[in-house]
Design a protein. Structure first.
Length: 589
């Protein structure tokens, strides 16, 4: 299918846009929304296309946006024994971005699970007002709420190791999470599956973990394949060429598996972008190979004394892809806490069944370091930490709970002209004390408003998140069958006019909003988020009456049979205010 030009607006207030327009004038198709007709209700039409286009362009008057985008960085300060350092203020910290100091515009401190009172603005009652009962403890603002994802990577786990961590995680969920925290459970087994959506009841997640204990863990198959390969290298191969091809195939197979694993992690992190507040991923696996097959190439060199094979190991380096995952996590305010479920490792050469295999501890050490380096990197560069080399996972989980309950949040405003670039962050204490550790994510990426709105629409779609200060309403009308599999479904977006900001222009009050539309089908397929500008003109004489009413915008979607969910985000471009709403429909019974 070849690309076609974008259609023109054909009247003053309404537009009829083809699917290609909503795929940015490309020939790509969407998963859910096959056709989108956007028509404002009760809009007068004009017949003259050229006049309409000119008038529409005239309406797009210049407005200087006052978008306030504050980047928040969670900071954890401990002494050399790991004890939390409390009582610090904004003035105790130095924050630099790309080695340049920036002003800390927002400061928020949480100690023992409760916001520190002086970090919040309070309003004192008038002196004449009688004393009231003791005030409630200050609540954390929405920007500081916690969303925790328990991510069990079943594809890269041994069943015994997994179940040992699950038992500790179940206790952690029931005893360590705080009121208001939201937690969800996902697993990976060649595909990502949501075992339980976000909930404020951690007992539900703890119960859902039981379902995972009976599942097969696939790492045991990888262990057997690795052991067979080492046995072939040391006991059967007479020449390096007898086995070099087999080692290469092994490395390529692991590389592909790790690539899919990282892609699934990336998808999970990306889906969290539009959620407010802090986001953390408790990632449980037996490790991820940074360089797949590295220990096998080292074994070849050990057996045949041919260092050229070590160059082959670098061909399967996943560090760049891992850094991309880390950068995305930092851009989306996601912190990784990684758990090596393998615990205290046992060298394979100590196993009686492997006494004939040479290489010994050096090969196993290479393998273990390779598997743990990715877990360490993911955690350390996003502000978390890795739990490794232990069979008792409870202290590590308790330390993670300490991060959730005691931290400092430093907010700053990035330069607007640097959106899209990745920037390095560094936080230090003005008075450096030996042994004091300051931990935080190592970077961020500035995002334009359109990106943040698209992410918010997806968060509403995937997680039901509906921040809605504009008070918008999304209503679905009666579906009309088109064929055995598809229906035309009208949706109406109702935007309270009194919530919008308008500017006077001659004899009209002019407003400007943008709609961000997303849809998901019953199989999890997502349509690309569509961005639609909507100018609103109201005669000045009617403006006071109009402020008590709503502006209606109609979308007609051609959708597949089954359960569908539509999300819409509305951005008031003059007032810099946003709102999100969702609506689900079941089509075809």
């Amino acid at each position: 299918m070849r690309s076609t030009p974008c259609p023109r607006f054909f009247n003053r207030f309404s537009s009829r846009l083809s699917p290609r327009f909503f795929n940015r004038c490309s020939a790509r198709s969407t998963l859910t929304v096959l056709l989108l007709l956007l028509v404002p209700l009760h809009a007068p039409a004009q017949e003259d296309g050229e006049t309409a286009d000119k008038d529409f362009a005239d309406r797009d008057f210049f407005v200087e946006e006052t978008d306030v985008n504050v980047v928040n960085v969670e900071v954890y300060v401990t002494d050399k024994k790991g004890n939390r350092i409390n009582g610090l203020t904004r003035d105790d910290f130095v924050l630099t971005v790309d080695k340049k100091p920036v002003a800390i515009t927002n400061f928020f401190a949480v100690e023992g699970g409760a916001p520190r009172g002086e970090s919040l603005k309070t309003i004192e009652p008038p002196p004449s007002q009688p004393a009231a009962s003791a005030p409630e403890a200050p609540k954390s603002p929405e920007g500081q709420m916690l969303h925790l994802v328990v991510y069990v990577d079943n594809f890269n786990l041994r069943p015994f190791n997994r179940n040992r961590v699950i038992r500790a995680a179940r206790t952690f969920l029931r005893t360590q999470l705080r009121k208001g925290d939201e937690v969800m459970l996902v697993s990976y087994d060649r595909s990502l599956k949501v075992r339980h959506p976000f909930t404020k009841d951690p007992d539900l997640i703890a119960g859902a973990l039981y379902e995972l204990e009976d599942m097969t863990g696939h790492r045991i198959h990888a262990d057997n394949e690795r052991q067979d390969l080492l046995d072939l290298i040391y006991n059967d191969a007479q020449d390096i060429y007898d086995v070099r091809g087999r080692v290469t195939q092994y490395a390529e197979s692991i590389y592909n598996d790790m690539s899919f694993t990282l892609d699934a992690l990336r998808d999970q992190v990306e889906s969290l972008a539009g959620l407010p507040g802090r986001k953390a991923v408790l990632y449980v696996s037996d490790g991820l190979a940074m360089r797949p097959g590295e220990d096998a190439f080292y074994a070849l060199n050990d057996k045949f004394n041919d260092s050229s094979v070590l160059l082959d190991a670098h061909r399967y380096d996943l560090s760049r892809r891992l850094q991309g995952l880390i950068a995305m996590a930092n851009a989306n305010r996601v912190t990784f806490y990684t758990v090596d479920a393998g615990g205290l490792r046992t060298y394979s050469y100590m196993d009686a069944s492997n006494q004939g295999i040479n290489g010994g501890a050096a090969i196993d050490q290479t393998h273990f370091a390779n598997m743990q380096s990715s877990l360490l990197l993911m955690a350390e560069e996003t502000g978390g930490f890795a739990v490794i080399n232990t069979n008792n996972f409870s202290p590590g989980l308790e330390k993670m709970a300490g991060d959730f309950g005691t931290y400092y949040s430093l907010g700053f405003m990035p330069a607007k002209n640097e959106e899209g670039r990745y920037h390095k962050i560094r936080v230090e204490l003005k008075e450096k004390t030996k042994g004091i550790q300051v931990r935080h994510r190592e970077g961020f990426r500035g995002k334009p408003v359109s990106t943040r709105m698209a992410e918010g629409a997806l968060a509403a779609l995937n997680y039901g998140y509906q921040q809605n200060p504009l008070g918008i309403v999304l209503e679905a009308g009666k579906a009309t069958p088109q064929d055995r599999k598809h229906f035309l479904v009208p949706f109406t977006v109702k935007i309270p006019i009194g919530k919008l900001t308008f500017l006077p222009n001659n004899e009209v009050q002019r407003g400007r909003v943008k709609l961000f539309i997303a849809a998901r089908d019953n199989e999890g397929g997502l349509a690309e988020v569509q961005e639609v500008p909507v100018p609103i003109d109201i005669p000045a004489a009617d403006f006071d009456r109009a402020k008590t009413q709503s502006y209606h915008y109609q979308l007609t979607l051609l959708m597949r049979r089954g359960r569908q969910v539509v999300a819409v985000g509305v951005r008031d471009e003059i007032g810099s205010t946003s709102g999100f709403a969702t609506r689900g429909v079941s089509l075809g019974g």
